[in-house]
Write a protein that binds this ligand. Structure first.
Ligand SMILES: NC(=O)c1ccc[n+]([C@@H]2O[C@H](COP(=O)([O-])OP(=O)(O)OC[C@H]3O[C@@H](n4cnc5c(N)ncnc54)[C@H](OP(=O)(O)O)[C@@H]3O)[C@@H](O)[C@H]2O)c1
Ligand SMILES: [Zn+2]
Length: 364
């Protein structure tokens, strides 16, 4: 099959286009997906660079990147599907839903389901499993930079007819993580939220979802074209980080500080996030694009009594909720560009250089 794989970790040039890469073979409880689109995420860059090695994780090489997979499955003729990218042990307390480690939002959701007698409710929290890994990411599962992929059958989600393939190929990573962070941290009407990087996958997703939940959104951009993008997206306040101090500008807009910060930037923004939050505000952390080691004002953190919550993707149940929400609120993810598979290298280069505004997709 046609595929873009890497045989060693490293810079973008390790990505190799092959026309005769071995076809995947479905293992027990797995199905083959004929891929139509694969969304590109910053995670693809980390995976190709071998970031997991720093924490002692290795993956089998050659590896095929790509976690945002949409296609059809020959198992059900013509059925359009997307793939929930999380894989876990299936046996631990988090995978089976017997954990006590639930957030307030989850407990509320469970109570609501019980009141509605929803017997199909899934209470698992599989993204907390210590074997949790991402298909196409830092796992031995190959991903979507290819014509076909084998995935666990339980990860397959049927697409509603009104959800276009291109839009679906943006949801399973950026939007799911954004949805998880907004839910976990109580985003709702009247809440004021600071979201970095309007033009990024996570930034755009958070802005659209937070607005649909009725929250007020302050966002950051670098440069005029990204400012226009953020405006079109409907952000209420836009700060250009190339010529304005983010924390100072936030204070002018909300003197007491924001309720929630969505921080996917890491080292460069942790101190700004703490300075921008109100007393008792919440800092949702899911990434470290600018670096892994942050220096923070510890005294300000505890005197403000800030709550900091890390987020890793979301659960399959949250992805299904998200799809319903996106359909109900008619949210349209913005596609920056669509590259053919053989240009995957160019697509990753564009993301690495920060030249995109919205999602980049590969078309098979
Ligand atoms: N934990 C999870 O499950 C999960 C899920 C999805 C993503 N992530 C992580 O979240 C991060 C974002 O992913 P993505 O796919 O959305 O990436 P992306 O589209 O490449 O976006 C990167 C963004 O980072 C912003 N940025 C870089 N340096 C900055 C700085 N010093 N100050 C403010 N903003 C800065 C850029 O903003 P400008 O436009 O202003 O330059 C850009 O918009 C990545 O680290 C990714 O690995 C984690
Ligand atoms: Zn588990």
């Amino acid at each position: 099959m046609k595929a873009v794989a890497f045989f060693e970790h490293g810079p973008v040039d390790v990505l190799q286009y092959h026309e005769d890469f071995p076809d995947p073979v479905a293992g027990k409880d797995e199905v083959i997906i004929d891929i139509k689109y694969c969304g590109i995420n910053h995670l693809d860059i980390w995976t190709r660079q071998g970031i997991g090695a720093a924490v002692g994780k290795k993956i089998r090489l050659p590896h095929i990147c790509g976690c945002d997979i949409v296609g059809t499955t020959p198992a059900v003729k013509g059925q359009r599907v997307m793939i929930y990218p999380g894989v876990s042990c299936g046996k631990c307390q988090y995978c089976t839903g017997s954990s006590n480690n639930r957030t307030t939002t989850e407990r509320r959701r469970r109570r609501r389901r019980r009141r509605k007698n929803d017997n199909n409710s899934n209470n698992s929290h599989e993204n907390l499993c210590n074997q949790f890994a991402i298909i196409g990411g830092f796992s031995d599962y190959n991903g979507g930079y290819a014509e076909h992929v084998a995935v666990p059958e339980k990860n397959v989600i049927r697409l509603p007819s009104a959800l276009k393939d291109e839009a679906a190929a943006t949801l399973a990573v950026s939007y799911l993580t954004a949805w998880n962070m907004l839910q976990t941290n109580g985003a709702s009407r009247k809440k004021k939220i600071l979201v970095y990087g309007a033009s990024s996958g996570v930034g755009m997703a958070t802005i659209q979802l937070a607005k649909a939940l009725g929250a007020t959104v302050i966002t950051t951009v670098s440069g005029n074209s990204k400012h226009d993008f953020a405006k079109k997206l409907g952000a209420h306040y836009i700060i250009d980080r190339t010529r304005q101090d983010i924390a100072d500008e936030v204070k002018k807009i909300v003197p007491a500080g924001v309720d929630i910060v969505i921080d996917h930037v890491g080292a460069a923004t942790w101190a700004t996030s703490i300075a921008s939050l109100r007393q008792g505000g919440r800092m949702a952390v899911c990434g470290m694009t600018s670096g892994n080691e942050a220096t923070v004002p510890v005294r300000m953190f505890y005197t403000k009594q800030i709550v900091m919550v890390g987020s890793l993707l979301g659960t399959r149940a949250q992805l299904e909720e998200l799809i319903n929400f996106v359909m109900r609120k008619k949210i349209q993810p913005v596609i920056d560009s669509v590259f053919p598979l053989q240009d995957a290298k160019e697509a990753q280069k564009k993301m690495e250089a920060g030249m995109h505004a919205g999602k980049i997709l590969l078309k098979l």
